[in-house]
Design a protein. Structure first.
Ligand code: FAD
Ligand code: 2HG
Ligand code: ZN
Length: 498
């Protein structure tokens, strides 16, 4: 999503921030941990570490930091801290640890599982001002920056050196690279460039006690001991605050083509994907899908222009190729499409070669999340499943919910086996919620799927971790947490079950 679109949505939803019920009231069984309550002395201590304007305490100013992007969870923090350097983060955490003040790390606050906002009154430690790009190595692509660089800005900068960030997602105009690493974000091109566990070369992080862990190597290969940076990737701010990231940026492709295809059945989508891997091989860079309900939501709610190939009861597949020779790539894609049309696997399609047309098509896919919010309340699920049963999750859920919902739709990263299943209602309904959960988690576990493919567990899904991880594995996670954050001040009530 571009920053402009994001702001437009946020502006439209500003009025609803006040209506979001506090998490402490929504979850009355949840007990605040025995943390200190922030005092004037603490605020003074923070003012001594950070200069004017970087310790926010004004209630109105704090509002946006206390509520998540989905407007479903809300904390009541009394303080947002905006460090600029690793040293400042270290001083803050060292102080909070001594006083046992709980802290929630926050990047762009675009997370979708309630991980980035306080549950009670945790202090918000924001990476907003840690936005310096430190080095871009044109020869190797290794790029080092502070955690608060906005993903889209990072991509724009590395583009000047002929490189690209290997991660792209709808929230790129707002999310921070530190937030991306902390959630191990997947996005639109994981199929081609792999996960951040592979492309992140190094991380600098500050532990709960203020100790700086410098694993900020830019080396491709380094087998000296345990690979500690992996612990910070995807741990959602529970093990440390990431201050710097080194990421391997591949060469920016010279030729990009995008096809939007209409496929009459989900079996057809699998055939398209299988054949695309075979025929487009090295140039295939994305394989995404959205069903009719998703297309109707984004075009209807955002008044976006429908693609010329809008059909009913169709599944749309977005296939992107990225390579170095436009003639060769286009020829390959056209040949592939001819074959797919010839066999009837694909019934219609359009190929975009011009960047502006490609952007229009990508917007349809990237803005589904935003359009869903305009229905009222959105129940959001992000699951990994074997492709053979992938879309059955949507069909079964529709049957189960009947007319109790506005829509139930499926879209996402089909090339990665990652389904985004969303249900909307006008207002939150406990009945609908209880029909979905734990049914969907059981359904997913039955196929050995994952109940969180890319958004993480955060606050909302932490108690369902057992559907995807064994008890000994969960216990080992708890032990790691105990070693790295013994006073449990970093992002409490998140990731690990109660
Ligand atoms: P936040 O939302 O601020 O934080 C997310 C988590 O990381 C929290 O637990 C927070 O405590 C922790 N955290 C943040 N910064 C730090 C830090 N410096 N150190 C330690 N912990 C930290 N996700 C995907 O995986 N793929 C997608 O395709 C995708 N598309 C999206 C599209 C839209 C429109 C939206 C709104 C969200 C999308 N997301 C997607 C989810 C979200 O954008 C990602 O999870 C993103 O990586 C979060 O980054 P952020 O900076 O906003 O982090
Ligand atoms: C995407 O891929 C994001 O667009 C959001 O991960 C998914 O809205 C969702 O469910
Ligand atoms: Zn996604």
């Amino acid at each position: 999503m571009s920053t402009r679109n994001f702001l437009r949505t946020v502006a439209g939803l500003q009025s609803s921030i006040r209506n979001v019920t506090l998490s402490s009231e929504q979850y009355p069984g949840l007990v605040r941990g025995r943390y200190g309550v922030i005092s004037d002395t603490d605020i003074q201590a923070f003012n001594n570490i950070l200069d004017t304007g970087r310790v926010l305490t004004d209630t109105d100013e704090l509002e946006g930091y206390n509520v998540d992007w989905l407007r479903t969870v809300k904390g009541q923090s009394r303080c947002v801290l905006k460090p600029r350097s690793t040293e400042e983060v270290s001083e803050i955490l060292s102080y909070c640890n001594k006083q046992r003040l709980a802290v929630v790390p926050q990047g762009g606050n675009t997370g979708l599982v309630g991980g980035s906002v306080p549950v009670f009154d945790e202090i918000i430690l924001s990476s907003q001002l840690m936005n310096k790009i430190i080095n871009i190595d044109e020869d190797t692509g290794a790029t080092v920056c502070q955690a608060g660089v906005v993903l889209e800005n990072l991509d724009t900068e590395v583009a000047k050196h002929g490189l690209m960030v290997p991660l792209d997602l709808g929230a790129k105009g707002s999310c921070h690279i530190g937030g991306n690493v902390s959630t191990n974000a997947g996005g639109l091109r994981l199929l081609r460039y792999g996960s951040l566990h592979g492309s992140v070369l190094g991380v600098e992080a500050v532990l709960a006690n203020g100790e700086v862990i410098d694993c900020l190597t830019t080396l491709k290969k380094d087998n000296t001991g345990y690979d500690l940076k992996q612990l910070f990737i995807g741990s959602e701010g529970t093990l440390g605050f990431i201050t710097k990231v080194a990421i391997s940026c591949p060469t920016r492709p010279k030729s990009i083509n995008l096809a939007l295809l209409a496929v009459p059945s989900f079996e057809g989508v699998i055939t398209v994907f299988k054949n695309a891997k075979c025929s487009l091989g090295e140039i295939l860079s994305s394989c995404e899908f959205m069903d009719t309900a998703a297309m109707e939501c984004v075009t209807g709610q955002l008044k976006s222009q429908s693609p010329t190939i809008l059909h009913h009861f169709t599944i749309y597949v977005l296939l992107e190729t990225s390579g170095s020779n436009s003639n060769h790539d286009e020829e390959k894609l056209n040949q592939f499409l001819e074959n797919m049309l010839g066999t009837g696997t694909v019934t219609d399609g359009t190929v975009a070669v011009v960047p502006s047309k490609q952007r229009d098509i990508w917007q349809l896919r990237e803005r589904v999340a935003e359009s869903l919010l305009l229905d009222g309340y959105c129940y959001k699920y992000d699951i990994s499943l074997p492709l053979s049963v992938f879309y059955n999750a949507v069909l079964d859920m529709r049957k189960r919910l009947g007319d109790k919902m506005i829509r139930c739709l499926g879209y996402g990263h089909v090339g990665d086996g990652n389904l985004h299943l969303n249900v909307t209602t006008k207002e939150y309904s406990k009945e609908v919620h209880d029909l979905i959960e734990p049914f969907l988690y059981e359904w997913t576990a039955n196929y050995r799927g994952s109940i969180s493919a890319e958004h993480g567990l955060g606050f909302k899904k932490r108690n369902y971790i057992g559907f995807s991880k064994s008890q000994p594995a969960i216990q080992l996670m708890k032990n790691i947490k105990q070693v790295m954050d013994p006073r449990c001040i970093l992002n409490p009530y998140k990731v690990l079950p109660d």
